[in-house]
Design a binder for this molecule. Structure first.
Ligand SMILES: NC(=O)c1ccc[n+]([C@@H]2O[C@H](COP(=O)([O-])OP(=O)(O)OC[C@H]3O[C@@H](n4cnc5c(N)ncnc54)[C@H](O)[C@@H]3O)[C@@H](O)[C@H]2O)c1
Length: 282
């Protein structure tokens, strides 16, 4: 097992596999199309949306792009989602978050048809995951599971600690690790003695949103460390929630930032789009 988990390589392997799957689907007359909706022009969102469109193009997934102005009302957005839900040629719908403050994210997420919810945020898909049933899974935690499996890291029976309880990362991450037969602890901002709990982890997942928060004092020797965080430091360098240099000698494997979890999110989004097209045609 390599000590540095190469998310760039693993995500690129997944994209190649998907490219082949899409080619085979096309031969059967089945097309895959993702609709990407962005409201406003948040610069980070524009970069994410651009990367998603590029990935679609590479794999052979069609993409429809909706760039709506900041003042778009909730009703207008709901009406576009209704139209996309009804369109037979659209397999996946992605509304880029965050949305402007006057639009309620939970209302929008619930309006997307669960069969087209390739982000895995709809309560129906969250419920399916919690009850161990098949459904779309949030892309970042799904990507973490792929990283672990494709790096030959056993999850079953391991003591896993997830730091962060967000709906997008922490909670689905914990549910997926349970599904893989790990023993899971979720920590958050109110956890007492975080260092002590984190040190129990054979596999530690950091999704905190604080640059270099996790240092060697949180790590058990030989642990696998997955860093979900992504931050741009002054001078434009990227870093994660983990102090990579400080923990490196202690860990048995670690994801770098950039080049770890980040590239996996888009790969898993593409995988969900292909799954959606396959399910529709089953
Ligand atoms: N790589 C990717 O594709 C990707 C995708 C999503 C999020 N992220 C990154 O992952 C990080 C987490 O994202 P999120 O959306 O889950 O963030 P969030 O802000 O919604 O959640 C952060 C979580 O961390 C916990 N937390 C905050 N301070 C803490 C502390 N001192 N001790 C323990 N727990 C604490 C909070 O309780 C919360 O549950 C961010 O850096 C984000 O940019 C990366």
């Amino acid at each position: 097992m390599d000590k540095i988990i190469d998310g760039k390589k693993i995500s690129s392997d997944i994209k190649e596999e998907l490219k082949e799957e899409v080619r085979q689907l096309t031969e059967k007359g089945i097309s895959v199309t993702l609709a990407v909706v962005q409201v406003g022009n948040d610069s980070a969102s524009t970069v994410y949306v651009g990367n998603k469109k590029k990935a679609c193009e590479y794999i052979g997934i069609g993409s429809l792009s909706y760039e709506l102005k900041e003042e778009t009302t909730q009703e207008e957005l709901l009406s576009l989602i209704k139209e996309l839900n009804e369109r037979k040629d659209v397999n996946g719908i992605l509304v880029q978050l965050p949305l402007p403050k006057h639009i309620k994210e939970d209302v929008i997420i619930k309006a997307i048809s669960p069969e087209k919810d390739v982000d895995g945020f709809h309560p129906e898909n969250v419920g399916l995951l919690s009850t161990g049933q098949k459904g779309f899974v949030s892309c970042t935690p799904a990507g973490v599971i792929e990283l672990l499996k494709r790096s030959g890291i056993t999850i079953s029976g391991k003591e896993c600690v997830v730091i962060g309880r967000s709906n997008i990362v922490g909670k689905p991450m914990a549910a997926l690790l349970i599904r893989e037969d790990a023993t899971v602890t979720i920590c958050h901002s109110k956890t007492v003695d975080l260092k002590k709990v984190a040190k129990r982890a054979d596999i530690l997942v950091a999704a905190i949103g604080k640059p270099k928060f996790i240092n060697s004092e949180f790590i058990k020797e030989g642990a696998v460390v997955i860093d979900v965080g992504i931050h741009r430091l002054e001078g434009k360098k990227l870093c994660g929630d983990v102090d990579y240099d400080d923990v490196f000698d202690l860990v048995s494997a670690i994801t770098p930032v950039p080049g770890g979890v980040g590239p996996m999110t888009i790969a898993m989004l593409m995988k969900n789009c292909v799954e959606s097209a396959k399910l529709k045609n089953e």
